[in-house]
Design a protein around this ligand. Structure first.
Ligand code: UGA
Length: 451
């Protein structure tokens, strides 16, 4: 099948390369000239495991093309996927200007019949509005087909989806898109566009809720002596609860969970309903960052003048993306308090240095650790699980590790002589000064949201 994909970001480029691997011809449209020429050269403009080989292979075979000329991609395409961004406005509502611009551009490239699959996350009612606009200009079968792939595992998520949702009022769009996804052998739910649009927002907000839930439990564990990782494992064995999205730590970031939770809050307010649960999810998430900085302050006695080695800058492991990254936020706060930060991230260094002016990044983790008063782990990169803690012990000034991601490293770090402080470790167990001890004893927990 001849497919056009509008927007070559994480979603657009991943699905383009994956459709090519499934035997289709794909042309993706990208308006950013630098990004476009990188893709045309068979390279990736961002880091995403497994994607580079697929892109290089597709470009070399001529099955994957990238262009800046909208009509060249769209005119011959039987199916057009729209994968442009819908970032938050200041009000929390999504900014639909990119998707509206694509709709206008599509109206100017007529075709006898066309299937349009909207991958972008859009407010309830938007697909119907776009379908009306497109049909006014010619025959179009429009569907919302939300994308559920996650950064860092995008290629594998594409080929092994839990489900595909097709929200449409067009039988043709339902039939064609179902047959396109059929080889992936997963449940395919064909529904109306409003339900599909809501399912996407609800899915991401539910994941955000799970993370905030376990983080609130972590705060209680910290005060009561329970171990949050073990609590999460115990809860997760019940299939009604499930083990996923239960890692406590510095909270969720990225371009999707915070944005989509804000969008549901805006929608609830428009509907004159209380967004209380969603509000609290964000409030608890923000508090995780305060809580981490507070734990660092208590563990170190004071922050000003201290040196902290930060491992991880991306919003999660496996990506170079630093959008709404808890690590970037926490580093900014530490630096504002007079901490000298030396950071390492396997992929996100460039983005983080743009986001935090003056940030010092090191070429490897051991260089970042030299002379540090503490090591702070802020991203769950897999490679941080197998660090040489003996070597780190010889490099740091103080053997203290503040693990903001709850990695399974406590035993290895402790065996090498580090004091390990995880998401539910009470820092008061190791006060560095009388002042810190007093502070800890008298500080209400920041994650409670009422302090
Ligand atoms: C998320 C969803 O997981 C995807 O299904 C969805 O398609 C995507 O948004 C989207 O809407 O495009 P993504 O933002 O790439 O994917 O990353 P997640 O894996 O969801 O992680 C989000 C954040 O939650 C990260 O900061 C991560 O570190 C954090 N997290 C995740 C936790 O703190 N604890 C957990 O247990 C899981």
């Amino acid at each position: 099948m001849q497919i056009a994909v509008i927007g070559a970001g994480y979603v657009g480029l991943t699905i383009s390369a994956c459709w090519v691997r499934m035997g289709h011809q794909v042309t993706c449209v990208e308006s950013d000239p630098a990004r476009l020429s990188t893709i045309q050269g068979g390279k990736l403009p961002f880091f995403e495991p497994e994607l580079e080989d697929l892109v290089a292979e597709g470009v070399a075979r001529g099955s994957l093309r990238a262009t800046g000329v909208f009509a060249d991609a769209v005119a011959p395409a039987e199916v057009v996927f729209i994968a442009v961004g819908t970032p938050s406005r200041r009000t929390g509502e999504p900014d639909l200007s990119a998707i509206d611009a694509v709709t206008d551009a599509l109206r100017r490239v007529p075709r006898a019949e066309r299937i349009v699959g909207i991958k972008s996350t859009i407010p309830v009612g938007t697909t119907d509005r776009i379908a009306d606009a497109l049909r006014a200009a010619g025959p179009a079968h429009v569907a919302h087909t939300p994308e559920f792939l996650a950064e860092g595992t995008a290629v594998s998520d594409f080929f092994h989806p839990y489900r595909v949702i097709i929200g449409t009022r067009s039988q043709t769009a339902g039939r064609v898109l179902s047959s396109l996804y059929q080889p992936l052998r997963c449940p395919i739910l064909v529904t109306d566009p409003c339900t599909s649009e809501m399912t996407k927002y609800a899915s991401n907000t539910f994941l955000a809720t799970k993370v905030s839930f376990i983080n609130q439990i972590a705060a209680l564990c910290e005060r009561t002596g329970a171990d949050v990782a073990a609590v999460a494992s115990g809860m997760g064995l019940d299939p009604r609860v499930g083990p996923h999205f239960f890692r406590a730590g510095v909270g969720f970031g990225g371009s999707c969970l915070p944005k989509d939770t804000r969008a549901l809050i805006a929608l609830a307010e428009q509907c004159r309903l209380s967004p209380a649960l969603f509000d609290t999810v964000l409030k608890v998430n923000d508090a995780q960052r305060d809580r981490f900085v507070e734990k660092a302050r208590i563990a170190l006695g004071e922050l000003a003048g201290k040196r902290i080695a930060v491992f991880g800058l991306a919003f999660k492991g496996g990506t170079s993306d630093v959008r709404e990254s808890p690590a970037v936020d926490i580093i900014g706060r530490l630096m504002a308090e007079g901490v000298a930060v030396r950071a390492f991230d396997p992929a996100a260094e460039d983005g983080a240095m743009r986001a935090v002016p003056g940030l010092v990044c090191c070429p490897d983790i051991y260089e970042a650790a030299e002379g540090a008063d503490a090591v702070a782990i802020l991203t769950d990169w897999q490679e941080f699980v197998t660090l040489d803690w003996g070597r780190l012990r010889r490099l740091v000034r103080e053997p203290l590790v503040l693990d903001g991601r709850g990695l399974p490293i406590a035993d290895a770090a402790s065996a090498a002589g580090f004091v390990y402080i995880g998401p539910s470790t009470a820092v008061g167990a190791r006060p560095r000064s009388a002042e810190a001890a007093r502070h800890y004893a008298g500080t209400p927990h920041v994650a409670s949201g009422d302090s």
